[in-house]
Design a protein. Structure first.
Length: 318
């Protein structure tokens, strides 16, 4: 089906940053690049305005470039610069969206895929294995640091230029539904890590805001609590029933000496008087100095600790 220039310009106006005109003209690699970069951050979308007539003619088979007869395409400084920039962009996105993946794996892979994508724009392409090999080698030399994304992208771009070639003619083009499906999967693979990182960041921000809100509430209620505590001390307000009857058995409600006494007797805090007497009688038999002459000093020390612990706990009860 012949492509119309008017339709291409209409799609360029309506969805140029998303590459709709490239999808219409069968330039899927260019369309994917524009989807992931929003039309080259606007600049590439404006640049497309001047090239649409030639692309429409090429899609209709009437505008084949004159140098297509060569075995290897001519070197394009513009394509080389685009490969380096897109490789850097993909590498930084991988560092932000995949922090849990080792940099020696995520960074060169992302850079190599970005360079390969630019190499496949138009009627040209490049050998992907050579590009990925150069990217991994350069990243390994720089130990996968974030700043290594520049030399990694440069090495992969040089490899792409060395292995550039024309796409074969006469290849059957997939149907539009299959092309859109593949483009959607590629966009999802690119955006999913960034979306997950954004969700986790938003959850962290909400947690921080919640903590700040609680701190502000406690600060606002501090004068009221201090006034109530002062009223209790002066006798103008009664204490809570839980404080009067000792309803709370948390370790923080006992004094340090009582906590230490329960530990010496091997009992949990708040044990009954019967448990205190029973534990005391059993431990006294074990640590009586007359039964531990081979370790008299330790037995005497433990015996005294047991006596003091029992007096601490049993004294107030009696």
């Amino acid at each position: 089906m012949a492509k119309r220039l008017l339709v291409a310009y209409g799609l360029w106006v309506l969805g140029g940053p998303l590459g709709l005109h490239h999808i219409y003209l069968g330039r899927d690699s260019h369309a994917l690049l524009w989807m992931l970069m929003l039309g080259g951050f606007g600049g590439g979308w404006l640049w497309d305005f001047w090239h649409l007539p030639g692309w429409v003619a090429a899609a209709n088979g009437t505008g084949v470039p004159g140098d297509r007869g060569r075995t290897v395409p001519a070197l394009s400084p513009l394509r080389l610069a685009g490969q380096v920039m897109v490789g850097i962009y993909f590498g930084l996105v991988a560092a932000l969206g995949l922090p849990w993946v080792p940099a020696l794996l995520a960074q060169p892979l992302a850079v190599g895929l970005g360079v390969q994508l630019v190499s496949s724009v138009g009627d040209q392409t490049a050998e992907a294995p050579g590009i990925l090999a150069a990217a991994f080698l350069a990243s390994l030399l720089f130990q996968g640091r974030v700043l290594a994304v520049l030399p990694t992208s440069l090495a992969a771009s040089i490899a792409a230029q060395r292995h550039r070639r024309y796409k074969p003619r006469g290849m059957p083009r997939p149907r539009l539904a299959a092309r859109l499906y593949h483009l959607g999967l590629a966009c999802l693979a690119f955006a999913a890590p960034l979306a997950c990182r954004g969700v986790f960041g938003a959850v962290g921000v909400l947690g921080t805001l919640s903590a700040l809100l609680r701190a502000a509430t406690e600060l606002l209620l501090l004068p009221l609590r201090a006034s109530w505590l002062l009223a209790e001390v002066l006798g103008f307000a009664g204490s809570s029933p839980a404080r009067e009857h000792g309803a709370s058995f948390e370790p923080s409600s006992w004094s340090e000496r009582q906590q230490r006494a329960y530990e010496v007797l091997g009992l949990p805090a708040g044990s009954s008087a019967e448990d205190v007497h029973r534990s005391y009688r059993e431990l006294v038999k074990v640590w009586h100095p007359d039964h531990n002459r081979h370790r008299a000093e330790e037995a005497e020390r433990r015996f005294i600790e047991l006596q003091e612990a029992y007096e601490e706990l049993a004294g107030p009860r009696r």
